[in-house]
Design a protein around this ligand. Structure first.
Ligand SMILES: *[C@@H]1O[C@H](CO)[C@@H](O)[C@H](O)[C@H]1NC(C)=O
Ligand SMILES: *[C@@H]1O[C@H](CO)[C@@H](O)[C@H](O)[C@H]1NC(C)=O
Ligand SMILES: *[C@@H]1O[C@H](CO)[C@@H](O)[C@H](O)[C@H]1NC(C)=O
Ligand SMILES: *[C@@H]1O[C@H](CO)[C@@H](O)[C@H](O)[C@H]1NC(C)=O
Length: 505
């Protein structure tokens, strides 16, 4: 006959059989245990042979010795002598609870025993502020975090055996509501940094009273000599002090690992790329690695970074050339028109407003890095407009012989039509009587030649009209033929000194 009572601690039934006299000879005690360790919660009730229940945070773990829902839990001890100890293998955070041992038929419960589970922090990690590096004049901002500890880890910084004060820390509670992560930040001013020192971050809590440490290899990457002219030898030296000692040096340039170099020194002939692609040295010891990088102050002559393009623009429009260079130390840029000493611009950009035909030609963009080097690039400007004609200077001929007059046409776009006219004749090409027109294109322009055979005196009297057209308009040049050996003063002079030849005049 069993009388059952509703327990005062929630849903537990305490069943008491009257007349049984029993007492706890061992009860569970409050215990503190480090996660991963085993623990035994004692419970002995000599002379009691009824059911014993283990209760965790108010919930029964099972009936009697069957704790099948809890693989790490077993009830141990000699049942016949009333031993019902609860053994927990490899304690976990979820075991952090209040345990109670109950003798059901005796209506007895042990004192509640708190099992406190301690969790050591994970290995502390030092992450560099911006870059964990030692550069003359740079301060160090070091951050060390020790995560997932119960209770929260405390962090100390040690340099050369001495604790450094002034670190700031913060703690974050994890979602499980039990563990916490700690972050500590240590600021070291530049003047407080010494060569060859070691800085240790030590995290400890009750689970690891002696703490866990991480050690930051302090690296000093030196580059010598500096500045250096492109094409010369530079030596990088990575001096690292670490404990445990450095096991690996790795070098990279611009993010690409340099496989051939594995020691603490890297010697190389530098070029301009070292100015923009930093060289880094990564130092590793069994506790971690540190990476420090440096640019080299390489002096190099101008290198073109934006190439100007030749332009063809319409008369009256603007022409804009862009030419960019890099160089070290700083360079100067000069824009000039080829053949003229006038500086048109000292900027990357040269703008010619409302271009005229005489602006056409070659332009030069020149860059100078003083005492290091110079470079230049030529571009051309072509101006679209009506043709412009210049006649070749001398048109001399001898009576009875063959003579020719030329007109030289500059024209962009090229002429659509060229015509020679004199008296009532118009001739564009081919031969007409004593006259022949021939047109030749050259790089500079078009040359149209009017050839006449068997020159007669009237040929010296006539004016020859050379006209060229393109889509923008036309130009005309009036040319005369001069008798060879005749007066130099006036072209087309009708009366020659060699009157002998002019009997019919
Ligand atoms: C160092 O870190 C702290 C915390 O992140 C920040 O407030 C401070 O500005 C940093 N100082 C420097 C010099 O980077
Ligand atoms: C780094 O090394 C260079 C060259 O050896 C030295 O001049 C400099 O003082 C060192 N810097 C630090 C912070 O130790
Ligand atoms: C050092 O860090 C930089 C930036 O994260 C990286 O590009 C470089 O490859 C690293 N150096 C080495 C030797 O790994
Ligand atoms: C030259 O010829 C062109 C085309 O035939 C004509 O328009 C122009 O008036 C002529 N010029 C002279 C000065 O004769």
């Amino acid at each position: 006959w069993v009388r059952c009572l509703l327990s005062d601690c929630s849903s537990i039934f305490l069943c008491v059989s009257p007349g049984v006299q029993a007492m706890f000879s061992q009860q569970p005690q409050d215990l503190v245990v480090v996660a991963g360790q085993p623990v035994t919660l004692p419970c002995s009730i000599p002379g009691y042979h009824g059911v014993v229940l283990w209760i965790k945070d108010g919930l029964a773990l099972g009936v009697g010795r069957d704790l099948s829902g809890y693989p790490r839990y077993t009830v141990i001890g000699d049942h016949s002598t009333g031993e019902h100890h609860l053994r927990i293998q490899r304690v976990e955070l979820m075991d952090d609870a209040v345990f109670e041992c109950q003798a059901i038929q005796a209506a007895m419960r042990s004192r509640p025993a708190r099992l406190t589970v301690l969790v050591p922090p994970e290995d502390p990690v030092i992450s560099g502020g911006p870059v964990v590096s030692l550069r003359a004049g740079d301060p160090l901002n070091l951050t060390c975090h020790a995560d997932n500890a119960k209770p929260a880890a405390s962090i100390i910084w040690i340099r050369n055996g001495e604790v450094l004060n002034g670190a700031m820390y913060s703690k974050t509670l994890l979602r499980d509501g039990r563990r916490e992560s700690t972050v500590s930040t240590l600021y070291l001013s530049a003047s407080n940094i010494e060569t060859g020192q070691q800085i240790i971050c030590r995290a400890s809590n009750k689970a690891v009273p002696n703490g866990k440490e991480t050690n930051l290899p302090l690296v000093n990457l030196s580059v010598e000599p500096q500045p250096i002219l492109e094409g010369n030898l530079v030596k990088f030296h990575c001096s690292a002090k670490a404990n445990p000692p450095v096991t690996l040096y790795r070098w990279a340039k611009g993010g690409n690992v340099i496989k051939e170099v594995s020691g603490d020194t890297y010697e190389v002939i530098v070029d301009h790329s070292f100015f923009t692609e930093p060289v880094s040295c990564e130092v590793t010891n069994p506790l971690g690695s540190t990476n420090i990088s440096r640019n080299v102050d390489v002096y190099f002559g101008p290198r073109m970074s934006a190439e100007p393009q030749s332009l063809q623009v319409d008369l009256g429009s603007d022409a804009v050339f862009n030419c960019a260079w890099t160089g070290n130390p700083s360079l100067t840029i000069v824009w000039m028109k080829r053949g003229s000493g006038v500086v048109l611009s000292n900027e990357n950009i040269l703008t010619l407003k409302a271009v005229r035909q005489e602006d056409a030609g070659k332009y030069v963009c020149r860059a100078v890095v003083p005492r290091v080097g110079a470079g230049e690039k030529e571009v051309s400007l072509t101006v679209n407009g009506p043709p412009t004609i210049s006649s070749t200077q001398t048109h001399q001929a001898l009576h009875g012989e063959k003579g020719e007059i030329k007109c030289f046409i500059r024209s962009t776009p090229p002429p659509d039509r060229i015509a020679w006219s004199w008296k009532e004749t118009v001739l564009e090409s081919g031969t007409s009587g004593r006259y022949t027109v021939e047109t030749v294109s050259t790089e500079e322009g078009v040359i149209s030649t009017l050839t006449m055979s068997n020159i007669v005196p009237a040929d010296f009297q006539t004016i020859y009209n050379c006209t060229a057209w393109n889509s923008f308009g036309s130009d005309t040049e009036i040319i005369r033929l001069k008798e060879q050996g005749g007066s130099q003063g006036s072209t087309g002079s009708t009366f020659s000194t060699s009157t002998l030849w002019w009997p019919w005049f």
